[in-house]
Design a protein around this ligand. Structure first.
Ligand SMILES: Cc1ncc(COP(=O)(O)O)c(C=O)c1O
Length: 410
């Protein structure tokens, strides 16, 4: 018999084929389908109390209007020009920042993060992000032969550790000659922490200091921004001072803001004060589009352009989003009420789809909770709870299970 070789390169062997969160979600569904009473607080999508996906009728209607063949052809490599402009205007209006920005379409926020990693870090280098972060940063970095390094997110008093961040920037400039700082605010996943205007000012000061010693890029992962309430755009005020000595990138996505997770419509917006550098950036990003996904969902870009620019659609979609935001708030209020009565320890929650509950051993807590039929996502140091998909009426059960989970780990 001839030998059967494995052709998979060693680096690609033994990989987990599915995201751990999607895998947990699948297990929860399997048990529920088999008749068990399961509470699933793993997946980051807004769900109705009945367990269906929350959608926005205006968005669905607008998507349907483009199913007439207009989107059957390829979209331009870097994205539909009107779409790219609409996203820039959505973030910065008609002001001076819009004139200092370029954008490319990406498949969701994930594609924007990928673009940032491959164009702003050399292979072998590390992005810098707080110690609590969205897990796929690791896979996106490793897959492209980069890494993630963290700084402690919180000081002892629970505030954002700007000194730790500064030390990280110094370290990366010293060891790799550049830094890519990734900040997922507002509505940080997994904690719900949002930097205040004053914290943004201090972040910009620290970046300005570091940015005089080498190339510093700040990627603002704004995936949940539309649910940030009053703090949704607090970061925009810091952009002019960030730009004094750094490049700013913004990962934008329609996944959450238009409840279109499956449409894979996103953008990476790059800002710099030097027009020649902006031109370089636009070209580099376009090159990466061509070299990876070629071009993005055409129908999605056309529909989202309408949703971002047509006054009537903006009004209707905003009203629908406000309803989703109030459903989320109801759940957060219920969680906070029960969690504080139970004495659970959490970081400061400002806004967003998730809360985190500190635990000494997240895997042990998650296991104890699964035994009770309750699913959360274990992350280093905490249980991540998707309040976005948990009905307010289920919060007492969720909090009881969290309490048991934390106890099992101590
Ligand atoms: C923090 C964070 N960034 C980016 C993304 C990517 O979103 P998308 O579905 O648009 O790729 C997510 C999605 O869950 C996220 O939680």
């Amino acid at each position: 018999m001839t030998q059967l070789f494995s052709s998979i390169i060693p680096a690609a062997r033994g990989r987990a084929g599915n995201d751990p969160i999607f895998a947990l979600n699948a297990e929860a569904r399997r048990r529920a389908d088999a008749g068990e009473s399961i509470l699933n607080a793993t997946l980051g999508a807004l769900m109705t109390d009945e367990g269906g996906l929350c959608t926005m009728p205006t968005v669905m209607e607008t998507m349907a209007r483009f199913q007439d063949g207009r989107a059957a052809g390829y979209a331009p490599i870097s994205g539909v020009p009107a779409y790219r402009q609409a996203v820039i205007r959505e973030l910065f209006g008609e002001g001076p920042l819009a004139a200092q920005a370029v954008a490319v379409a990406t498949p969701g926020g994930t594609g924007a993060i990928f673009q940032s990693v491959v164009n702003f870090l050399e292979p072998g280098q590390k992005m810098l992000t707080p110690s609590f972060y969205w897990g796929p940063y690791t896979e996106i970095s490793r897959h492209t032969r980069r890494e993630v390094e963290t700084f402690p997110m919180f000081r002892a008093d629970g505030s954002f550790d700007i000194e730790g961040m500064s030390a990280g920037l110094d370290r990366h400039l010293a060891t790799q000659g550049r830094a890519l700082l990734v900040l997922n605010f507002p509505c940080h996943n997994p904690t719900g922490y949002t930097l205040s205007a004053d914290e943004w000012r201090r972040v910009a000061e620290a970046v300005g200091e570091a940015g005089q010693r080498g190339p510093v890029t700040v990627l603002i992962d704004a995936a949940y921004m539309a649910f940030g309430g009053a703090s949704a755009t607090s970061w925009v005020g810091a952009v002019p001072s960030l730009l004094e000595h750094a490049t700013v990138l913004v990962a934008w996505t329609a996944s959450k803001s238009f409840a279109q997770y499956g449409a894979r419509v996103g953008a990476l917006i790059g800002l710099h004060r030097d027009p020649l550098e902006l031109e370089q950036m636009g070209n580099a990003l376009g090159y990466s589009c061509r070299a990876t996904w070629s071009n993005c969902n055409h129908l999605g870009q056309l529909a989202v352009t309408e949703l971002l620019t047509d006054a009537d659609l903006i009004k209707r979609a905003s009203a629908e989003r406000a309803q989703l935001a109030s459903l989320l708030q109801e759940r957060v209020d219920a969680f906070n009420h029960h969690a504080s009565a139970a004495g659970l320890s959490t970081p400061r929650y400002d806004a967003g789809f998730f809360v985190a509950v500190f635990t000494k051993d997240a895997q042990a807590s998650a296991k104890a909770m699964r035994d009770l039929g309750v699913y959360i996502t274990p992350i280093p140091g905490a249980a991540r709870v998707a309040v976005c998909s948990t009905p307010a009426s289920a919060m007492p059960r969720l909090v009881d299970a969290l309490k048991a989970g934390v106890a099992a780990a101590s």
